[in-house]
Design a protein around this ligand. Structure first.
Ligand code: PLP
Length: 377
């Protein structure tokens, strides 16, 4: 099977990730609950992630079940009832749905930046133009899971910092794809990440880099420590980590982050750029194949979407899978506003997304299959 759906979840996982999960499931737990001290996998993982994201304080990284969970925690904790929030048409439902929920329940108003407004040339003016006195939050995706476009997080942080507005970045696709230098970002930036994509961990892992300890607590309960207290601990990271953590998942994620750091984020970016450029060049001469523009020209994110004029992306994906053994993703990719904003077909697109183990031969196979399908129709 040729797996070109790494933006959904990375596959295969490195052998060391699989071994770490197996080890944690077959050996007695290193600790039954958790201790507040160091020397365990969770603290090792926080250290590794702090190096990856250049975070001054590892305890400012909360380890959570997913990027979606982290985004909910932060968005619901920060958006003031009745206030205004700026987001974009690129957003995944993990951002859109919490915002729809707050619009219905708490009367927030939402402005959606267009893909064009999210470009490096336009973002400054777009944000400045849309900011209101009532704006309480800016929530934007770092890397679009549909087009692979990259947001200039530093520019967003700078403009928001001038007005004292917190920024939430959906780094589900950005973490491990493009360097994150959290320590040097101005203002208050919450960086939410997924563990099971570029960071190579198992599903059910993710978290958030917190700029400070002011995010209100949303989830309360068992932590394994300070049991005598009525209140959930208020200090980071336990402040936002309730319940028994996903130990085996985080053991795997620790090895995934170590794997990524061996060659480094920039080397992986350069490799994925080669692969996507290979695909883009090879698909250009094919009849009826239309590539979705990546408005920031950042092929190293490893993501490209396209469609075949007149063909259903869902049927195409099925044929690619059944007849050619190639897995891609079809449809709206959980980001339903992108299609309309870019004038794409209502049924969505096909997405090729590469990973650390994708090869040029696999891209050739994909191009061969696409060539056969486009000339058949
Ligand atoms: C841009 C984006 N945001 C959020 C998510 C959700 O991440 P998680 O699976 O960790 O909840 C995804 C995953 O598909 C994504 O691509």
């Amino acid at each position: 099977m040729i797996y070109l759906n790494n933006a959904a979840t990375s596959h295969p996982k490195p052998a060391r990730v699989v071994a770490a999960v197996m080890r944690s499931l077959t050996q007695p737990p290193r600790e039954a609950g958790r201790s507040s001290g160091g020397g365990n996998a969770l603290e090792d993982l926080r250290q590794s992630l702090a190096r990856l994201f250049n975070v001054a304080r590892p305890d400012h990284i909360a380890l959570l079940p997913s990027a979606t969970y982290a985004l909910n925690l932060v968005i619901q904790g920060l958006a003031r009832p009745g206030s205004h929030v700026i987001t974009s048409c690129y957003e995944h439902n993990s951002v859109l749905r919490p915002l729809y929920h707050l619009r219905q329940r708490q009367g927030i108003e939402v402005t959606y930046l267009t893909p064009e407004e999210c470009t490096v040339e336009k973002i400054d003016a777009a944000l400045t133009g849309h900011l209101r006195d009532t704006t309480s939050l800016i929530v934007l995706t770092h890397v679009s899971n549909v087009t692979g476009a990259v947001l200039d997080v530093r520019q967003v942080a700078r403009i928001a910092a001038q007005r004292g507005i917190p920024v939430v970045i959906d780094g589900a696709q950005g973490a491990g794809t493009v360097p994150v230098d959290h320590r040097s970002l101005p203002g208050t930036v919450y960086y939410c990440f997924a563990g099971h994509k570029v960071l190579m961990g198992p599903a059910g892992t993710g978290g958030v880099v917190l700029p400070d300890d002011r995010l209100p607590q949303m989830i309360f309960g068992g932590t394994g420590v300070l049991s005598v207290l009525e209140n959930h601990p208020e200090t980071l990271p336990l402040r936002h980590e309730a319940g028994t953590p996903n130990h085996s998942g985080f053991e795997g994620l620790l090895e995934g982050v170590r794997f990524l750091q061996e060659d480094g984020v920039s080397a992986l970016y350069a490799y994925k750029k080669e692969l996507i450029e290979h695909f883009v060049e090879g698909s250009q001469g094919l009849p009826r194949v239309r590539l979705v523009p990546n408005l920031s020209d950042t092929h190293g994110t490893g993501i490209v979407s396209f469609y075949l004029e007149g063909a259903s992306p869902q049927e195409m994906a099925m044929v690619l899978s059944d007849s050619f053994g190639i897995e891609v993703r079809a449809g709206l990719h959980c980001a339903p506003l992108v299609n309309g904003a870019l004038g794409l077909p209502a049924r969505g697109t096909l997405r090729v997304s590469t990973g650390a183990f994708t090869t040029h031969d696999e891209i050739d196979s994909m191009l061969g299959a696409l060539g056969a399908l486009s000339s058949l129709m």
